[in-house]
Design a protein around this ligand. Sequence first.
Ligand code: SF4
Length: 384
Amino acid sequence: MTVHACFEQGPIRPPSEARSLLIRPTRNCPWNKCAFCHTYRGTRFELRPVAEIKQDIDAVRALADEVRALSWKLGQGGKVNDAVASCVFGSEDRFGDAFRHVAAWLYFGGKTAFLQDADTLIMKTDDLVEVLRYLRQTFPSIERVTSYCRSRTAGHKTVDDLRRIQQAGLVRIHVGLESGCDEVLRFIRKGATAAEHVKGGKRIVEAGISLCEYVMPGLGGRRWSREHALETARVLNEINPDHIRLRTLSVRRGTALHETMGEGGFEPLGDEEILKEIRLFIENLDGIRSRIVSDHILNLLEELEGKLPEEKERLLGIVDRYFSLPETDRLIFRLGRRRGIYRALDDLSDRDTYHRLKAAVERYQQEEPGKLERDLDRIRQSFI
Ligand code: SF4
């Protein structure tokens, strides 16, 4: 029996890193207090020794060699192509998770890597530089390495530190901004103020690292919806990140926010109120050259993607188009989206699907008023 090499992996990565190699230089989140976040609950943050991280990278190399050896055995000349992928993924138990992960990474070109977990820049600069260099040396095919980081942590690094990290190969940093409104940031215990978001974000940009800021529509609830939209736009106008990613709030059971909501301390917004908030937010983004991305299943309008400033009007037009639909069509779209059938408003033109969903909406309406809204919310909450 072959014993495959193994390496450690954390629980999450951004949607855009689905095809990346995952390497875990730190474990869990050093903050771990955000009221909406469940990912690292009950875990302790740990910095891993550089030697141990290098061992993981060596294990990936050994697995990559094994995948290529399998390719030769299958007569594919070392290429990780469809034939190799169907051998690896066609048999449930033959290959372990680490082997399958490396095979998938090579199948997609082996060009990108993501450093887990929540706040990689908290590592000593020298250590992170050493890890990045080792990863790049071991896999010269890698063109892009990205990671998560907290704004405050970025603000504690000097621009020179960040430049060294960039030169060692870190191309992009993903930051959970969530909101630029201080009341909201305090309420959800983000552990960063709007000013700290600006400081950390601007430093990353100044160091020449591509920056992706995550915004959470709906996070201010009914109480702060307007301030959340306006202040978040103001903060991002100061930072001018390369990407602004929308990730709509979902209040997950087991989080502090869910508990607060149960006690009446947080009034969540519905899909359409969140969309109005997003419109106000985009309307107030000004003087920046960011790309808005909406690639999360929780977002009602996935097609809300485009470059500022040139596509701002087009983006606002997408929201306006949604609101110009008759109420029944809006319900049909929401049901289709939440059931994973629709991705864009144009999908409504598929008449068979439309009539099927319309019948489902009518059944809901006959059954009990409010049941459809409740189910749509319930499906949204289950998307994590
Ligand atoms: S910083 Fe990120 S990972 Fe840590 S608790 Fe907050 S949202 Fe979760």
